[in-house]
Design a protein around this ligand. Structure first.
Ligand SMILES: Cc1ncc(COP(=O)(O)O)c(C=O)c1O
Length: 336
């Protein structure tokens, strides 16, 4: 693998395995400055505790980005006891796109300059980038595949420019960015920028911090695949730290937010993963079953993750990542 995560992966492995790392050369400095999101000097011993969240007990926030970062950790909800104990990470508690993608976009936009941004997205990145772009005073243009049309009213309210393309997959829209990039727009690139993967090593550390507080460590992580950013990073972190297994979920046909491995994704090859398939009907049944049992309306890709857990026969402790909830899909669901 090329790029940042390629150079840093073995260093991150040692850091996660041991819980600390002595920074010595310039590659160490660059790897740990990105992971810790602050300048790290040679000679410093960095610790896992440095990437754990620092929650704000009074829930008073100074600005919208402080609301995002100071709001972490997002909740971890226990949904089942032994023998298949399970904890759901509720990522719609992020404030901008009400999804896991607030994290990716926050770190992506910290990593790039420019005052005009262009990106491809099928939904959550579009909303998150338009929102965080507004906070940072950047103009945002988004290209969407046809299935992403349902978020265009949100983009209008946020004042972002958008174009819906006659393609079925988000990655197919990538070639349409070239003209904007030639004209000076910056492409943060959720599919190729390793900060996406690194951002979710921090999400993994956050979950580790939460589970450790109740004396637990996971045996299985179940997560959906889009860019593969969050599933791969969580699989890597919990695999290295506790030998946990990643169960990565791809759609049999079509499920908003996730796609099939063969459509190309950068990070899933970094970790051993069991790839499982879920149909749209099974994912929506997962949404229905979860709503009936727990009263929460989870999104379609969360429904897919829940469906995989529900049909798994293996005992152990599970972490299920629920990327968003159902509310922004209401217009889409009416068409199904
Ligand atoms: C609802 C939903 N689920 C799952 C994913 C997959 O996340 P990742 O891109 O980290 O693989 C996305 C990504 O856009 C999403 O929006």
């Amino acid at each position: 693998m090329q790029g940042h995560a390629g150079v840093c992966l073995e260093r991150y492995r040692e850091f996660i395995e041991r819980g600390s790392y002595k920074v010595s050369n310039s590659d160490d400095v660059s790897c740990f400055s990105v992971l810790l999101q602050k300048e790290v000097a040679p000679g410093v011993e960095v610790r896992l505790g440095d990437i754990m969240p620092s929650p704000r007990l009074n829930r008073v926030f100074n600005d919208p980005l402080d609301l995002l970062v100071g709001g972490w950790p997002t909740p971890l909800l226990k949904i089942a006891d032994r023998p298949r104990e399970a904890y759901a990470k509720l990522e719609w508690y992020n404030p901008f796109s009400a999804s896991v993608k607030d994290r990716t976009v926050y770190y992506l936009l910290k990593s790039v300059g420019g005052d005009r941004l262009v990106e491809v997205s099928s939904g959550n990145v579009a909303v998150a980038m338009a929102a965080v772009g507004n906070v940072l005073g950047k103009r945002v243009k988004i290209y969407l595949p046809s299935a992403g049309r349902y978020v265009t009213p949100f983009l209008d309210f946020l004042g972002a420019e958008w174009q819906v393309l006659d393609v079925s997959m988000t990655v197919e829209a990538l070639e349409h960015l070239e003209k904007d990039i030639r004209e000076g727009a910056v492409h943060p690139n959720q599919f190729g920028n390793d900060i996406n993967f690194v951002a979710h090593l921090r999400t993994a550390a956050e979950i580790d911090w939460q589970l450790s507080s109740i004396g637990k460590k996971p045996d299985y992580v179940v997560a959906g695949l889009g860019t593969s950013g969050h599933a791969s990073a969580l699989g890597f972190y919990f695999g290295v730290r506790y030998g946990a297994k990643l169960i990565a979920v791809q759609p049999k046909d079509w499920i908003p937010g996730i796609r099939r491995v063969e459509s190309g994704m950068k990070w899933i090859g970094l970790v051993p993963a069991e790839i499982v398939e879920v149909s749209l009907a099974e994912a929506l049944q997962g949404v229905r079953d979860f709503a009936k049992k727990y009263g929460l309306l989870i999104g379609p890709s969360s429904g897919a993750v829940y469906a995989v857990y529900a049909r798994s026969g293996r005992d152990g402790i599970y972490v299920l990542v629920f990327p968003d909830n159902l509310f922004k899909y209401s217009s889409l669901l009416q068409q199904l």
